[in-house]
Design a protein around this ligand. Structure first.
Ligand SMILES: Nc1ncnc2c1ncn2[C@@H]1O[C@H](COP(=O)(O)OP(=O)(O)OP(=O)(O)O)[C@@H](O)[C@H]1O
Ligand SMILES: [Mg+2]
Length: 352
């Protein structure tokens, strides 16, 4: 389970792009906190999810300018004796380069009118990874299938309020929010949401209701990320009004590729209608480099949509299915696997 995840110092070093030999120095300096946990017969040093998050939060508060000044004055004074403190400070300064202080696109939606391309899977993996990196994240499930909720280990969504209650029954949005892990909140979804289109259509300012609701709690989060239903629905249009970026998940197969011109046209039309200018990123998913067709589709995506195609590519991997089954992050399945690496790359790209 994501919220109970533990990291070995080596796994943590890999995640933070730190030299693992520096961990003891960072620990004695207080930059990293660990605790001991009995696993089987062995007493192990581990980091909890919150201990990892705290390190990344500290990185983002680390003042590079002051650090440079301190370094310069240390040099000037020839203070080699400051040894370990300098090494620690340098290590932290280097690590800060890998984390964005503030995500440039706070509200993002994962979208495709085509079903089954991996929207819910990648939304869940992204929000867990971003919260691991210490960002305060709100995930919003906008699909009555409730797959994002399930992916985040919420199995009683049918008993909980959803965005339906907020948009149709005027429930204050904060009452629809639940906590799923340290730093990660969710507005879950259930089947009731499949019936929202007609009542929403009858509301005044229908496409603006969601962004107005989100604006009320926006200050409490660094990221607001929605998984959407596979349709050109009013609900999805509402999220588009609330978003700064649309992440279009495209499976690298011919039909998914064929649907891309329709998706891009739909997004453009909505941008015109709501007078919005959005960043659009296409994320190739389920890529298999042993398949010629997969390579061809990726090549076509890159040549037809050069300004939009993400650098990150998500390979087809059983780890992602396993993570879905275990309702956790791919890091929990296999920290060193391709899927963990792909999701890590994607997360950093989407935070830029
Ligand atoms: N890169 C991948 N490798 C292997 N399996 C994947 C990958 N991405 C997604 N899947 C699997 O594909 C299936 C469909 O994914 P998912 O439910 O995320 O798609 P979706 O776009 O949200 O579907 P819908 O349109 O129904 O909401 C899931 O079983 C998921 O585990
Ligand atoms: Mg889905």
């Amino acid at each position: 389970m994501f919220k109970e995840m533990l990291f070995t110092p080596n796994e943590f070093a890999q995640l933070a792009k730190l030299d693992k030999n520096l961990i003891p120095a960072l620990e004695s300096n207080g930059a990293i906190k660990t605790h001991r946990k009995r696993i089987g017969n062995v007493d192990r040093k581990v980091l909890s999810l919150e201990e990892v998050q705290n390190f990344f939060k500290m990185l983002r508060e680390f003042d590079l300018a002051t650090h440079e000044e301190n370094m310069a004055s240390n040099m000037g004074a020839g203070a080699e004796s400051a040894g370990s403190a300098i090494i620690v400070s340098e290590a932290i300064a280097a690590a800060t380069k890998h984390v964005a202080a503030h995500p440039s696109h706070k509200a993002q939606m994962f979208y495709n009118v085509k079903g089954g391309t991996g929207k819910s899977t990648l939304t869940a993996q992204f929000v867990m990874m971003a919260s691991l990196l210490g960002y305060r994240v709100l995930a919003i499930d906008l699909d009555g299938q409730g797959h994002l909720s399930v992916n985040l280990d919420i199995l009683d969504a049918h008993e909980r309020p959803t965005i339906y209650d907020v948009l149709i029954n005027d429930l204050p949005i904060d009452q629809a929010i639940m906590n799923v892990a340290p730093g990660l909140d969710l507005i879950p979804a259930n089947l009731q949401l499949c019936n929202i289109e007609i009542p929403l259509n009858n509301k005044t300012r229908r496409e603006y209701r969601l962004s107005e609701a989100i604006a009320k709690i926006s200050d409490q989060y660094d990221l607001i990320i929605a998984d959407t239903n596979p349709a050109a629905s009013i609900l999805n249009g509402s999220m588009l009004v609330a978003s700064d970026r649309v992440n279009v998940i495209c499976a690298t197969n011919p039909l998914s590729f064929h649907g891309m011109s329709l998706v891009m046209a739909t997004i453009e039309e909505m941008q015109r209608e709501f007078r919005r200018s959005l960043d659009v990123k296409i994320i190739p998913n389920m890529y298999d480099n042993r398949e010629v067709i997969s390579q061809e589709v990726l090549g076509e995506l890159r040549s037809q949509f050069p300004d939009h195609c993400a650098k990150a590519v998500i390979n087809r991997s059983a780890d992602l299915n396993e993570a879905t089954k275990r309702r956790t992050t791919v890091l929990d399945v296999n920290t060193k696997g391709t899927a963990a690496n792909d999701i890590n790359e994607l997360t950093h790209e989407l935070l830029k």
